[in-house]
Design a protein around this ligand. Structure first.
Ligand SMILES: Cc1ncc(COP(=O)(O)O)c(C=O)c1O
Length: 445
């Protein structure tokens, strides 16, 4: 098993050149925790422009599900690019568009027939889901959850409530969106232990229905089955089933945002399968095409009842992205979904046993290869420790491990689904070392 190779100071000389151009020409709205300037990737590994190599536990934000440049995905892309790059499924037909739709319709949870509308990003898929929910129900309101992230376009941003900076200065957003707390067993308001917590927070929504939000006006409740950007929070097992019952009582649609937690990442094709809950609309993006831009809004056929011309996208379902998706889905179904389940359990246990015992770590949680390690100032008060999280991200990078943060002070581990034991061991070793260094430095100060 190779190990990370860091041959230059970071950033290296070639990286510095790119960083100075980036500082001049790229929108300052991007967030980079450390100066990783990538040149090429293969499997679990990324090489930077100075020849340093890094073990990738970020996967391009949970996108390269089959690893970097999986040879079979590359072959599918090359073959399709030589045959037909673009046609536009909005005005023409081509086999790949219907093949991917047929596959997604079969994979989507629930037995009823499904239809698929393609886009290019998670936010676009959410826009489609919101428009469809309004069109189908002829109701205008939405309920979403604090901490959830659904995208940055105006509609999706109106649901997003992950970090205030993502909304600051952009209002007014879509009217009629109400937010309620996302159930977080580590921070249960009733003080239950994470293992014992069954607080789904349905009473909060029922209170809204009695007071400020007539349920007859609510088109949909939108939720991430596992909260991603907001902190890798796994809700209690009864949360989604209770939401389903509530929405059915009031004729409200249930939309699952599986952009981050879907496509095999949690060890099942969709995270909602862990609770057996079936939504009316499910959106997917990120890991669906191993890095080519593609998203899908999958709805019950009787819900997707909008007429020709009401919604579409020029590039959505582009043939090359569809070819990558078919190959990606085949690989996930064949072996990587199962690998995600097995390796997820292994990684979670290793993290709990090692870094999880460090005083800076408050909680280690996750499903499959969607694992969060929450850092705290004090295990009793559970006060988040964003400074320590940033230091771990930076030190891990310097030691050749790519991680990202989420929530206020959580490290997120979302490696490609091809990850093996040795990669997991290496990542745990680096994280443990970083925590030791940062913990000792804090004790000295
Ligand atoms: C759960 C979820 N929904 C939607 C989005 C938005 O996706 P995109 O950045 O492709 O628009 C993201 C992106 O991180 C996400 O994690």
């Amino acid at each position: 098993m190779p190990r990370p190779q860091i041959k230059t100071p970071l950033p290296g000389p070639e990286a510095r050149k790119i960083l100075s151009l980036d500082a001049r020409f790229i929108s300052p709205s991007y967030t980079r925790d450390y100066p990783m300037v990538a040149r090429r990737g293969s499997g679990m590994w990324v090489e930077d422009v100075d020849g340093n190599t890094f073990l990738d536990f970020a996967a391009g934000i949970a996108v390269v599900s089959t690893g970097h440049c999986h040879p079979e995905v590359v072959r599918a892309i090359e073959r399709q690019a030589a045959m037909l790059i673009h046609m536009s499924g909005t005005d023409f037909y081509y086999p790949l568009l219907t093949q991917v739709a047929e596959k997604l319709a079969a994979l989507a949870p629930g037995n009823s027939p499904k239809r698929v509308c393609f886009g290019n990003s998670g936010a676009e898929a959410m826009e489609a889901a919101m428009k469809l929910a309004r069109y189908h129900t002829r109701r205008h309101r939405f309920i979403a959850f604090l901490g959830c992230f659904h995208g940055r376009t105006f509609g999706s941003l109106s649901l997003t409530a992950s970090k205030a900076v993502q909304r600051n200065g952009f209002g007014p957003l879509l009217p009629g969106v109400s937010h309620v707390p996302y159930p977080n067993p580590y921070r249960c308001p009733r003080g239950h232990t994470p293992e014992g917590c069954r607080c789904a927070g349905i009473e909060e929504i029922e209170a809204l229905f009695r007071t400020a939000v007539p349920p007859e006006e609510v088109a949909a409740i939108v939720v991430e089955p596992i909260q991603g950007e907001g902190g890798y929070v796994v809700p209690p097992a009864n949360f989604l089933p209770e939401l389903r019952r509530l929405t059915e009582r009031h004729g409200i649609l249930l939309i699952f945002d599986e952009v981050q937690c879907g496509m095999g990442r949690t060890g099942k094709m969709w995270a909602c399968e862990h609770s057996g809950t079936v939504p009316d609309i499910l959106i997917t993006a990120k890991g669906i095409a191993s890095g080519l831009p593609l998203s899908a809004t999958i709805a019950r056929a009787d819900v997707m009842d909008w007429p020709p011309g009401s919604h579409a996208s020029t590039f959505g379902g582009n043939p090359v992205a569809c070819a990558a998706a078919l190959e990606t889905i085949r690989l996930i179904e064949d072996k990587y979904r199962e690998n995600a389940a097995r390796m997820g359990e292994y990684l979670l246990e290793r993290l709990k046993d090692g870094p999880g015992r460090h005083p800076l770590v408050g909680d280690v949680r996750g499903k499959g290869l969607m694992i969060g390690v929450e850092l705290v100032k004090d295990r009793k008060t559970r006060e988040p420790h964003p400074e320590a999280r940033q230091k771990v991200l930076r030190r891990a990078f310097e030691q050749g491990l790519l991680l990202l943060g989420c929530g206020e002070s959580t490290l997120r581990l979302m490696p490609p689904l091809i990850v093996e034991k040795e990669h997991a061991d290496l990542a745990v070793e680096v994280i443990e070392r970083c925590l030791e260094e940062i913990g000792s430095a804090e004790n000295r100060n």
